[in-house]
Each structure stands twice: as C-alpha cells, then as structure tokens.
Ligand binder design. Sequence first.
Ligand SMILES: Cc1cc2nc3c(=O)[nH]c(=O)nc-3n(C[C@H](O)[C@H](O)[C@H](O)COP(=O)(O)OP(=O)(O)OC[C@H]3O[C@@H](n4cnc5c(N)ncnc54)[C@H](O)[C@@H]3O)c2cc1C
Length: 387
Amino acid sequence: MSFGAATRPWMTDELEMVRDTARRFFETECVPHQKKWQEQGHVDRAIWRRAGELGLLCAGVPEQYGGGGGSFLHEAVICEEQMRAMVNSFSINVHSGIVAHYLLAYGTEAQKRRWLPSMAKGETIAAIAMTEPGAGTDLQRITTSAVKDGEDYVIHGAKTFITNGLLADIIVVACKTDPTAKAKGVSLVVIETKDLEGFRRGRLLEKVGQQGQDTVELFFNDMRVPQANLLGGEEGKGFAQLMLQLPRERLVLAIGCAATMQRAVDETLAYTRDRKIFGDSLLHLQNTRFKLAECQTKATIARSFLDDCVARLARNELDIPTAAMAKWWVSQATCEVVDECLQLHGGYGYMQEYPIARMYADVRVSRIYGGANEVMKEIIARAMENG
Ligand SMILES: Cc1cc2nc3c(=O)[nH]c(=O)nc-3n(C[C@H](O)[C@H](O)[C@H](O)COP(=O)(O)OP(=O)(O)OC[C@H]3O[C@@H](n4cnc5c(N)ncnc54)[C@H](O)[C@@H]3O)c2cc1C
C-alpha cells in the first residue's frame, strides 16, 4: 500500500536494488524458517553468513573495513524490509546498526580491522550488553567491573536481556572501570566469546513476542580480556560514546516500527475486504473504514516525519530530542495501530497463525527498549525547558 506515502525523497535506483535484494532474502530465505527459529529460540548461524554474502550486513560501513560502503539509508532500507517481512529473529540492527557503528566511530584502527570485515561477512555475530538485572534505564548504576591486571582487564558481573546474545562472537560490554565515578566511570570493552574463560551464557529468555530472537543473560566471572579491547583505548568514555550514537539507534528503531505499522494496515485492508459480514464485506462497515483511515493517516504521518529525520541525520543534524520524538511517537502509534487492526480481525486476530497476532506481541517491546518512551518524553521536556 502506498497511498499517501508514495515518494521517499531520499530513494535512489541503487537503494531500490538494495531493497529488492533485501525483500527477496527476507521473504524467500527467512520467512520459511521463522517457525523453526521461533521453536528453537534462535536462528541458525548460516543465515547470518547468507545475509553477509548478499551485502545486507554492515551496509553502511566503508569498504576499506569490508562493509558495503553505503550510508545510513542503506541500513534504513534493509531494516524496513526486515520488519515488513516480520523477520525479527535476528537483529541486524544491533549487529550492523549499533555495534558496527560503535567500532567505526570509536575503535582504534586495529580494532576496526580486527572485527568489522568478519562482521560484514556474517562470520562474526555482534551484540551489545549494557543492561544488568539491577540497572536498565539508569545505566550509571551498572556494577559490572573491569579491573586492570597486567595486560588485561578482569571483568566481573552479569548482564541481562542481551539480543543476539546466544550466538554472539563479540560483545561490546559496558563496564565500570572506576566504581567511584558515575557516568565517567563507564567504559566499553569488546569481548571475544570463543573459548573465553569466565564467560557464561545463561538461559534463553522466554519473551512475550519475538520468540525467534535469542535474548539471553550473560555472566562474567573473573573473565580476562586484553586491555587492547577497550573501545577507543581510553577509559571513562563509555557513557559519552553511548549517548552520541543514540539518535541513529533510535531512528532505526522508529523506521522498523513504521514498516510494521504499514504492514499491519495492509494486512487488515486485505483481511476486511475478504471477510464477509451481514451480506457484505467487513471493509464496507463505516467503523472499519474510519479505523483504517485513521491507521493509514498515522502510518503516513510517521513516514513523513521519519523521512525528515533521515534527511537531518544525513546532514548530521539529527539532535537527541528529535530522535527521541521519533522513537516514542512512532513506537506508540505502531502499538495503537496494530491493536486497532487486530480488533478488526475479530477472533482470527488472536490466533498466532495470523500475522497481526504476531505483530501485536512483537511490537510491544518497542516502547520499552532503545530507551523507554517515558525517558524519551523526559529528554524532550528537558530540551524544551532549557530552550
Ligand atoms: C527484548 C529485549 C531486548 C533487549 N536487548 C538489549 C540488548 O541487546 N542490550 C542491552 O543492553 N539491553 C537490551 N534490552 C534491555 C532494555 O534496553 C531495557 O529493558 C530498557 O532499557 C529498560 O530497562 P529495565 O528493563 O531495567 O527497566 P527500568 O529501567 O527498571 O524501567 C522500568 C520502567 O520505568 C519507567 N521509567 C524508567 N525511567 C523513567 C524516567 N526517567 N521517567 C519516568 N519513567 C521512567 C518506564 O516505564 C520503564 O519501562 C532489551 C530488552 C528487551 C525486553
């Protein structure tokens, strides 16, 4: 469905080709495996390598580091297609959209050359571990410690809710290098999980939705990591590094939500057209028409606003409060639209075999992760207050 949102001001022929490749990949090589992935709670490694072969990983990373040499737009298009196809069993966003850009922005030359090329090929799977059982939103309270000992850091602590965590080969871990300092005591250390003593993955967490996505707990017990793995090579920069990447991360999240929102409307339009009720199509009841009109309006507004945010990001002008607006509003609107669309499916909307039911369960978390929506509003209000 494209009414009201036909043109993307930033779309090019090259991006259309990326979209086609991504669409074919997600629809033909991922969708058929979704059920299996959901049952086992994770994807198979092979799909990461296949995504790498097709150039769908690290698309925005320069070619000199093995990436696709594209821009944020390439990643945005891939994200839209992944969410449109409802393939949320492996997080390209965390891998390419977050970890790769941390390495790119802050990594030393040696760090970039060590990890980015194999991430682009899908041979190395990446995760980021900030959240702890006792500290989510309030990241300054993390207690995972990294203490210098000879050439190494000795890391001790636990993380939870870590996306891609079961399969991850490298994990960017937020640690306290100075436990007496708050934000300035936080550093990011990259751990390489293979045969790493003191590193343990906990159970696969059973979530409300996104069941194919491996989300796990991690435990570090006197885990030794070379000091050379400190991201950027300088302690105490972790919090600032996290903050600087937020607009980009939040925009990608909002773009994924907007794609889900449009898919929900498209599904519901088709369903209500076919469903017969009182001798006519469900689509011809005025309530159905008004609800669908409202939902499409929200999807169109989201897309227009996000197009503006994308243009700002490309000019390096997307500020933190505007990205926070995109994140909270689009994720909230998506939950509302999916809920309305489920209602229009009647009992079938509550059945797992219908895409709308899965969307309902999958999208709920978007108001919580990437910064809870209440935090987004606080950021906006603070910016308003300070002029
Ligand atoms: C499926 C899933 C995947 C995730 N993936 C990752 C990952 O890969 N890496 C990672 O590090 N983390 C990940 N997370 C963690 C996620 O980022 C946190 O859940 C999130 O930051 C919220 O932290 P919390 O769960 O500890 O909730 P809390 O911080 O305890 O917050 C609870 C609630 O309090 C309210 N609240 C919080 N702050 C404020 C405020 N300032 N003002 C008003 N109200 C407020 C909000 O309603 C919030 O939802 C994931 C979580 C989930 C569910």
